[in-house]
Structure formats: C-alpha cells, structure tokens
Write a protein that binds this ligand. Structure first.
Ligand code: HEC
Length: 131
C-alpha cells in the first residue's frame, strides 16, 4: 500500500512537470526564435513561412532533428518530436507536405544523437538541393 502511494506521488510529480509543445516552445525556443518565429537577420533564421520547406528532401527532414537548437533541447525524445511537429504546423502549415509523416520519438532520438558538424554548410547544401 505504502509503495503504491509512493508510486502515485512519483507519477503525479512526473506528469505535472511535463509541458505541452506551446509551453516548451516558450521555454526552450522562443528566446531565439521569437514568439512569431520571425527572423533575426544575420543571427537566427525565420521559422515563419519557411521552416517546413526542409521537409521536401530526406536530408532536410533529418536536418530539422539534427540542428543544435533542436537536438540539444533538454527534453525527452517524445517531447521533442511533439514540439517539432507542433513547430512545423504552428509556423509554416502551408509548406507541410500533405503526406507528411510526423516525427516520432525513435526517429528524433536517432537524429539528435547524430549532430551536425558544420551546420551552416549542411544548411546551405540542403537549401540549394531543394531549389
Ligand atoms: C540559442 C538560440 C536558439 C535556440 C534556443 C533555438 N534555436 Fe533553433 N536555430 C537557431 C539558429 C542560429 C539556427 C540556424 C542554424 C544554426 O546555425 O544552428 C536555428 C535553426 C533552427 C531550425 C532549422 C531552420 C533553419 O532555417 O535552419 C529549426 C527547425 C529550429 N531552429 C527550431 C528550434 C526549436 C524547436 C527550438 C527549441 C527546442 C530551437 N530551435 C531553439 C537558434 C536557436
């Protein structure tokens, strides 16, 4: 009985500390990407009206899970997958392909453990291939 109560307390504490994607965006992303996903020229690329364009190629899809701000967020793989899927629809629904398969925890886990070495070069290469 005592063990059962202790388990309930642990489970309650765990669920209370887990936020949904809107809140996780505010906590972990908004400081750089702003509330509306706007660009900070020369520093942070805009998410608004462009981020989902990366979904057009397999490397681009992988890039979104490997880019440092995403890969290094202190969130579980499942929370991060939910946050990234939310980010794509929140800021660039128009460019999400109709057959888009949402990121899952396993995919995100594999991508974030394969970090980009030269982010700028990889980003440029992907955007050139997409055009
Ligand atoms: C410290 C600032 C910072 C934080 C915090 C941050 N990012 Fe970023 N993000 C960037 C920069 C700068 C880039 C451009 C690639 C690079 O140089 O890392 C980027 C690129 C991206 C991209 C790819 C878009 C592109 O055009 O390259 C996505 C998607 C993204 N961030 C989402 C997120 C999400 C989601 C979070 C929160 C979990 C987050 N970022 C947190 C600065 C940040």
């Amino acid at each position: 009985m005592r063990a059962a109560i202790a388990l309930c307390v642990v489970l309650l504490a765990a669920s209370a500390s887990a936020y949904g994607p809107e809140t996780n965006y505010v906590i972990h992303c908004q400081g750089c990407h702003l509330a509306d996903g706007a660009e900070t020229p020369g520093k942070v690329p805009g998410l608004a009206d462009q981020v989902a364009r990366f979904l057009g190629t397999p490397d681009g899809r992988a890039y979104l899970g490997r880019v440092p701000g995403v890969a290094n967020a202190p969130l579980s793989d499942a929370e991060l997958a939910t946050l990234l899927n939310w980010t794509l629809r929140r800021f660039d629904a128009a460019h999400v392909p109709s057959d888009f398969a949402p990121y899952g925890a396993e995919e995100i886990g594999a991508l974030r453990r394969d970090p980009l070495v030269d982010v700028t070069r990889e980003r440029t290469r992907i955007l050139e291939a997409a055009h």
